[in-house]
Design a protein around this ligand. Sequence first.
Ligand SMILES: Nc1nc2c(ncn2[C@@H]2O[C@H](COP(=O)(O)OP(=O)(O)O)[C@@H](O)[C@H]2O)c(=O)[nH]1
Ligand SMILES: [Mg+2]
Length: 296
Amino acid sequence: MITKNVMVTIAGRPNVGKSTLTNALVGEKISIVSNKPQTTRNRIFAILNKDDTQIVLTDTPGFHRAKNRLGDYMVKCVEESVADVDVIALVVEPIPNVGVQEEQLIAKIKATRAPSILVINKIDTVEKPELLEVIAAYSAKHNFDAIIPVSARKKQGLDELIEEMKKHAIEGPQLFPDDMVTDQPERQVCAEFIREKLLLCLQHEIPHGTAIEITRFAQRDSDDVIEVEATIYCERDSHKGIIIGKKGAMLKKIGEMARKDMETFMGAKVYLQTWVKVKENWRDSAGLLRNFGYSE
Ligand SMILES: Nc1nc2c(ncn2[C@@H]2O[C@H](COP(=O)(O)OP(=O)(O)O)[C@@H](O)[C@H]2O)c(=O)[nH]1
Ligand SMILES: [Mg+2]
């Protein structure tokens, strides 16, 4: 029986592993991951129930300077998520000096006076003495309620982190139903899987200039297969050619990988069809941003 809840914002610079950690904590892939900054565009709720407590994690786009309307929206998502939370989990690299972005986030944490957990991620990449230096460097900057070293990738330290989050839970209603792992609709998660594969397969600015629109999302009556039709928007004709690839090879590869993730997420077979279209400057068009789900 759920009798308590806690809202936790996962904060941190791009690429520290916020989305990987969110997925590892929930045990399902909800938030897409890549080695490129600004992978996450929306605020995403991830929900996990542990004993009597519902933990609602907020994965956010990393904090950055907005260069266009899409950027404005992403920054707003971060600011709003820091405004109304019970606990802030600051995720950092296992590097023993506190970077400028971390300094800024720590200043925000101090300003909100919210309880804070320092999560030192990627401990699979360092030795113990180095980790101790990281702990010392951050302890000197802020009196964190707890410091938890983890490896989101290797799933180490997660139970300790969950226990720490639970300590901040308050008596209250169950906010989301038992079987709900995210507030994102399935079609949105599916769109994100395609974007993740674009980030994985394509270089430089191309994936950052893409957006996905799911134009059909329906379960077939005859065999329960879910039919998904998606249009990938990009900013230039030359990008379109690259996304499609020689004889359609790239688009096929992207589609196959995305389909597998969709099938795992929804527990059903998926029939995916994809198209590529050019829409210049969509990142600065309020109307198009709304179409792609990047608005309140
Ligand atoms: N070695 C290692 N890499 C990790 C770990 N967690 C995340 N990563 C990698 O760091 C990169 C950024 O991860 P992501 O979750 O997208 O970061 P975000 O931008 O903070 O959401 C990806 O290439 C991940 O595979 C970890 O615990 N160990
Ligand atoms: Mg992310």
